[in-house]
Design a protein around this ligand. Structure first.
Ligand code: FUB
Length: 306
């Protein structure tokens, strides 16, 4: 369409997203934001939604990374990795998360496994936040075992990685059932068993962050999705449910978020339908400032157009 052509042309103009209006990027459809603060910049990783308007499913083959030093001007850094980075994967560059440890950047991401049914989680590593990333294991770190009759193909998706102040790393993930496992310092192997976490109305998109000594576990609840959270005294709880911080979008049923502190402010990244011709499989990343109350709870966050 003409509008799609206009979006394509807009992609030639730089800088992308100058002025920080939502949606953040107008040169392509972007979803499932993952954020990293490193050396004075925010890096934002998104899956590229390539579905046509008539498509009835996600078409996602690569991740993109952008960075900013002011949350207004975003610099595109291209494709840090794609589905082919994982030789054992076949498609679905779905939601991801990233962490820095010992000077290396570890990117955990959902993909469809080529030989095991359903989605799996891979881990890629790079010396730079903008890549290139390579497969850190040569195999999936999490696969869908499909052992139970209730197993769906997409119950092992949406990784969230967190390294605590004591150096212990945790990987959270799941759809319908939230799970977590401790990771060894090498970041590519389990340290101990897989645990499940009971949170109300869990759908997917787990996120874990720490702010002023409190641990915040957040997730997408119900479907269409809204963002909810609990707080706790450690990375493994016990969790106290605190409520919904962002309401569902009228068009797009998913909302996948990431939360960071940057330059003395806090932000939540998410996605919605706001780029022209956008929709369920043509999403666009957005950001809002996030405010904590004096008691550590998070104020409700309206979605804004700018
Ligand atoms: O983008 C594909 C999937 O949709 C993600 O993995 C989920 O979080 C949802 O946003």
């Amino acid at each position: 369409s003409l509008i799609a052509a206009a979006i394509g042309l807009a992609g030639l103009a730089a800088p992308v997203g100058a002025g920080a209006a939502n949606p953040l990027f107008s040169d392509m459809f972007t979803a499932d934001p993952a954020a990293l603060v490193d050396n004075g910049r925010v890096y934002l990783y998104v899956g590229r939604d390539e579905a046509k308007e008539t498509d009835k499913d996600y078409v996602m083959n690569e991740w993109r990374v952008y960075s900013s030093c002011d949350m207004k001007n975003w610099k595109p850094h291209g494709v840090p990795l794609n589905v082919k980075t994982f030789a054992w994967a076949k498609k679905d560059a779905w939601a991801a998360d990233i962490v820095k440890r010992d000077g290396k950047y570890y990117f955990y991401s959902t993909v469809s496994h080529a030989t095991i049914p359903g989605q799996a989680i891979g881990v890629a590593v790079s010396d730079s936040p903008t890549g290139p990333f390579k497969d850190a294991r040569g195999s999936a770190i999490i696969t869908n075992d499909m052992t139970k009759e209730t197993d769906i193909g997409w119950d092992d998706i949406d990784p969230a990685v967190f390294v605590d102040d004591d150096g212990q790393a945790y990987l959270y993930w799941g759809n319908q059932v939230m799970k977590y496992v401790k990771l060894k310092p090498n970041m590519i192997e389990f340290e101990g068993p897989i645990h499940t976490v009971a949170v109300p109305h869990f759908t997917e998109a787990t996120y874990l962050h720490k702010h002023k000594g409190t641990y915040y576990l957040s997730w997408s609840r119900e479907f269409p999705e809204e963002t909810a959270y609990s707080t706790g005294p450690s990375a493994t709880g016990p969790w106290t449910y605190r409520g919904v911080i962002m309401k569902k979008n009228a068009i797009v049923k998913t909302i996948h978020h990431a939360i960071v502190d940057f330059n003395n402010k806090s932000y939540i990244f998410y996605h919605n339908d706001k780029l022209p011709t956008g929709g369920e499989y043509r999403r666009s990343a957005a950001v809002e400032e996030l405010h904590y109350n004096p008691d550590g709870t998070i104020k409700f966050i309206p979605q804004t157009a700018e």
